[in-house]
Ligand binder design. Structure first.
Ligand code: AMP
Ligand code: GLY
Length: 429
């Protein structure tokens, strides 16, 4: 079949790499893609927020499956746009309906959903400008640190964690009264702080059944030792050594199964990925957030561990025929190291020539923010530029191979954290 993949990051390159391996994939198009996805299929210059243009392309190119990488088109209702179209209803679109995407698109909706289905998460309340005073009073009943979350999508910036009550109150005012995050913060969720270690759990579901994908840990802060500003992610490790069988059983029983059941019970159409951001609090999992897509850079360590045919799995997810054991996973450890442009996540330069991509050995290179120049040279085109994933029998070996290869890729202003995965070494014998 012909497949269209929407998105342009490292996540999409990793998905494209797996899709292209499938015998069932005839032609793969990626919109808009990057210099890496160009090696797996054909990049298409489409604005993926313009659903009419996407639909036209699907119609013209005999596309049977659309795979949606990022959350924005899902929250905007791309799945519904196909469903509502008589000519395109038959196209398999991997992703939840607009209503399902609210698990990510509205923190208040997600918290209410968890409450209804008794899924463990931090205690919370939601406030708007009309209930600002109640919000200020509620903060005073909590202990520091204070967690404030803009209800809507805020490009990953909408969560504030504050040590001081007065600061938390000022931020609540700024979010509700001064639209600090625009419309996204017209409602704010205040929740209890959870203390523990985070991980990302991924599920592929058809809305009734699911398969567990490999779990991963990402590294969000720009600086070593988890310091400095939040980023999209500076690296990832899969599997997560502390997420042993016993812990993952709790995750499935207390969180994944009730979530899928809850979606079915509320008649919310959902096929595609569910990404559960979890906190391990003394051995018990609590949901920090739901996302309705894969994580980036988690995908870059998760996809290389999936041995099964991805087109087959996606087809089953779209057709409602997924079975729990339908997935084969590589037992090796994957370590992904992200290389970024100096200055990221603030101001950084673009258009630098990247050297050494062909010099890597026994690893995978996934492009994130790259583009091809006029002479077909690979240029930097974003903050997170390119990453390397190595697979090995153990975490230390995977890390060694990743860093050895990452050191071969160079451009003016390249930066990477040197400590990805170091915090996990204590969990392995
Ligand atoms: P999010 O944008 O929802 O991923 O949140 C950003 C980060 O804030 C998460 O990755 C966590 O590190 C942190 N966080 C969110 N909610 C809580 C919470 N209730 N307790 C502690 N940390 C949190
Ligand atoms: N790496 C976290 C995310 O994709 O949201």
């Amino acid at each position: 079949m012909n497949i269209l993949l929407l998105g342009s990051g490292g996540r999409e390159h990793a998905i494209a790499y797996k899709l292209a391996q499938s015998k069932q994939c005839r032609r793969l198009f990626i919109a808009p893609g990057n210099a890496g996805t160009n090696q797996c299929g054909i990049n298409v210059d489409l604005d993926i927020t313009q659903f009419d243009a996407v639909k036209q392309f699907v119609f013209n190119n005999d596309i049977s499956m659309v795979v949606v990488g990022p959350e924005a088109p899902l929250v905007e209702g791309i799945v519904d746009a196909f469903q509502d179209d008589n000519l395109l209803r038959h196209v398999k679109v991997l992703g939840p309906s607009r209503q399902g995407a609210m698990l990510e698109g509205s923190k208040d909706f997600a918290k209410g959903f968890m409450e209804r289905h008794k899924i463990p998460t931090a205690r919370y309340r939601s406030f708007t400008a009309d209930t600002l005073q109640e919000g200020l009073d509620y903060l005073a009943t909590l202990k520091a640190p204070y967690v404030l979350k803009a209800d809507g999508l805020a490009a990953g910036k909408g969560v504030l964690i504050l040590d001081n009550l007065e600061e938390a109150r000022a931020e609540l005012r700024a979010m509700l009264e001064d639209a600090k995050f625009g419309k996204a913060s017209s409602r704010v969720v205040i929740e209890e702080y959870l203390s523990g270690i985070e991980l990302s759990v991924f599920v592929l579901t058809d809305g009734a059944h699911y398969v567990m994908l490999p779990s991963a840990k990402d590294y969000k802060r720009v600086g070593e030792g988890d310091t400095g500003l939040n980023t999209g992610g500076m690296g990832s490790i899969s599997p997560v050594p502390f997420a042993d069988k016993e812990f993952m059983k709790k995750v499935e029983q207390r969180i994944v199964a009730p979530t899928i059941k809850g979606l079915a019970k509320e008649k919310i159409p959902y096929c595609g990925f569910l990404f559960v951001g979890l906190m391990n609090v003394d051995g018990d999992p609590y949901v920090i957030e739901y996302n309705v897509r894969m994580g980036d850079p988690e995908t870059e360590s998760v996809m290389p561990r999936i041995k099964s045919d991805l087109v087959q799995l996606f087809t089953q997810a779209c057709d409602g025929t997924l079975k729990k054991n339908d997935i084969e996973i590589d037992s090796r450890t994957a370590a992904c190291v992200m290389m970024v442009a100096k200055g990221y996540p603030q101001k950084y330069a673009k258009g630098k020539v990247i050297h050494g991509i062909d010099e890597v050995d026994d690893c995978l290179v996934f492009h994130c923010g790259t583009r091809l120049g006029d002479k077909k040279e690979v240029l930097t085109n974003g903050g997170r530029v390119i990453c390397v994933t190595a697979l090995a029998d153990g975490l230390p070996q995977a890390l060694l191979a990743s860093y050895q290869n990452a050191d071969r890729i160079k451009w003016d202003g390249k930066y990477m954290r040197r400590d990805i995965g170091q915090d996990l070494l204590k969990y392995i014998e």
